[in-house]
Every structure is written in structure tokens, then in C-alpha cells.
Design a protein around this ligand. Sequence first.
Ligand code: NAD
Length: 359
Amino acid sequence: MEQIDIAVLGIGKMGETHVEAAKASPYVRKIYGYEPDKSRATERGRELEIETTSDLDVILDNPAIKFIDIAAPNAVHCELAIKALRAGKAVLCEKPMGETIEDAERLVAVAEETGGFLQLGFELRYSKAYVKLKEWVDNGKIGSPVNLHCRYFCSEFHHKDSWRSNSPGSLIGEKLSHYLDAQRWYMGSEVKEVYSLTAPNVVKYFNHPDNHQINTRFVNGSIATLNFVMYIAESDPSDPLLDVMEKQADDGHFLQLYIMGTEGAMEFDIFKRRLRRWQFSDGELGIESKIVETITYDKAEDTEQMHNVHGQNLRVIELVAKGLPPENPAKDSLMSMKLCFAAERSEKEQRAVSMTEYC
Ligand SMILES: NC(=O)c1ccc[n+]([C@@H]2O[C@H](COP(=O)([O-])OP(=O)(O)OC[C@H]3O[C@@H](n4cnc5c(N)ncnc54)[C@H](O)[C@@H]3O)[C@@H](O)[C@H]2O)c1
């Protein structure tokens, strides 16, 4: 089995998850970490028990490092990914693909020009519950999907003066890009237009809106809506979607996804740890609907079912070690990012934005 050396750029909270995945991969020989600040690099190296540096060139110039994993703040994603691709490394980059459409397009152009491996961290495509919904859609269990609803309410956990709160890049890229990418994945169609609304902020220290109502129309006529608010749920200092789900299930947190089709519907309710599927039939009095499948899972499976960064990384490392192409091509992820940027523009300009403006 071919083993590779890998480097994680940005070894904060998510970088640690990436390091842990690399430690668990049979395809990894050695793991390096990069932090621009020397003392932080040393401290994180000690905590994560990996070799670290604050000199990026040490990583880029090392021919044994074949794979670079980017978990740095959003503003530097594209800059780091472009450097890595130009140095001949395969790249897995956390979402979002930069904070501007220009950066995202530049990155994909460099991947095409260099022929390098580039995949974006849209981990829902590796999370078991979301994959199950995709299987149901692809197997025709709900007929043709026509209407998708996602309600996502959480607490404010980005905090005052953090890079997230100060970022001019909105929560659409930072958080909702996962769910907008999933819309395209499930509806199986490109986006025609997007109209997004935002109300005045409750969280005054954010440099961007704290709420979004994003409406998407697809080329095939289907529609989707994503409703996000980042303050209603009872406060939790940690990631609101892990560890304390039982408490959060009834304190204002919601993460629910419904997809309605011509012949049935399906639901994933994260706080109930439950997937359900309805089937429609032509009854004597009118359309009849019946719940025909319910899947529940245990707390121990939370991460794997709905936040499977670990599984995604194991798979992407394997692809790179075997010399295989990305499973989610960067060009496809760019289309999801265009939807994010179009939604931001829609809010700023208070109008529907056609995707023809992004082609
Ligand atoms: N896929 C997901 O579900 C998911 C979840 C959380 C975070 N993320 C993404 O992971 C990234 C990191 O998030 P986090 O929660 O770990 O943040 P964090 O603040 O905990 O970690 C970021 C790290 O990057 C370091 N850093 C700062 N400037 C840097 C630079 N120029 N180059 C390299 N490193 C630099 C910081 O010192 C810090 O250690 C973000 O892009 C975020 O969107 C993805």
C-alpha cells in the first residue's frame, strides 16, 4: 500500500479533526501541521503530537508531502490552496471556497491549469443520513423531487472578536454552503435563480447578517428554501450540533430537512436522530400519504450520520494515495459556491439574482 505524508494548514478546532483523520488513515506515513504564528505552531504541535512549522515553504518544498489539507480561516483558503496546487500537492480545502466569487474562480482555474487534485470539504456528501436521502431520491422513492425545505436554528457560538464574527464573508458561505450544496445534490438540477431575504441583525457584533431566508428555483422547475437564524437557541459555548444534542433538541435548536417529491416525501430531523419517508398514492377521495420507512440511530453514530468530516477525510486521503480523481469535482463545488455568492448579492441588492449573471 502506497503511503503519503500529509500537512494540515491551520490546526485549530477543525484542523484537529483533520489531523485525527490522518492519524486513523492507513495511507498516511507522517503528518505535519502549519500555523503562521511560531509559538502557536509549537504549542499545537505539542498538543496534537505532530511536527509543526510556521514556515509554509518548509511544507511546500517537501516532496514527500503529497497532500495538503486546509483548515485555516476562510479568508486564506484560496491563497493557500493555490500555493499548494502550484507546488504539485493534492488539496482538500474546507468550505467555503474563498469569500469572493473571483477567488473561487481563480482557484478552480489553477486546479484546471495544473491538473492537480482539488476537493472542497462538503462533508454532508459523506454523512450517512444525508447519503441515505440521496439514495432514496436516486432510487425514485419520492418520484421527482419538487420542493425542499431546510430549517436551521442554532445558538450564537462564533463569539465577539473571533475571525468568524469579524469576517465580511457571510454565514451563507461559512455555514450554509453545506446545505445549498446539498440542495443542488438532491434536486439534480442546476440553479436558475435565487432570492434571499435577511432581517436586521440581533447579533450586533457580526460583520455580516445573522439570519437568512434563501429561496432557490432550479432549472427543472423545482424549488428550495433554507431558513437560518443564529441566535434563538439557548446559548451553548461549543459546537451546537454535537455532544449535547439531547438538551438542544428542546431549547430552540432545529435542523430539519424535508424533500417533497411527486410520489412521496422524506425528512431528516437531526435532533430527533430520525429519517422518515412518506409514500403518496391515489386514494378514492384524493391523494393519500403514508409513512413507509423510519430509520433512527444512536447517539454514538451522531458524527458519522450528520457531520462526517472524519469519514470524508479518510476517503479523500485514500483517493489521493491511490492516484484517483476527486469524487466531488471542484467545478461542481464552484457551482454551489456561485449559489452562495448569488444569495449574498440578492440580499445586498434586494432582488432576485439569475444564475446567468454568474456564467
Ligand atoms: N466542514 C465543517 O463542518 C466545518 C466545521 C467547522 C469548521 N469548518 C471550517 O474549518 C476552517 C477552520 O475552522 P475552525 O473552527 O477550526 O477555526 P479555528 O479558529 O479553531 O482554527 C483556525 C486555525 O487557523 C490558524 N490560522 C490563522 N491564520 C492562518 C493562516 N494564514 N494560515 C494557516 N492557518 C492560519 C489559526 O491560528 C487557527 O489555529 C474554517 O474554514 C471553517 O469554515 C468546517
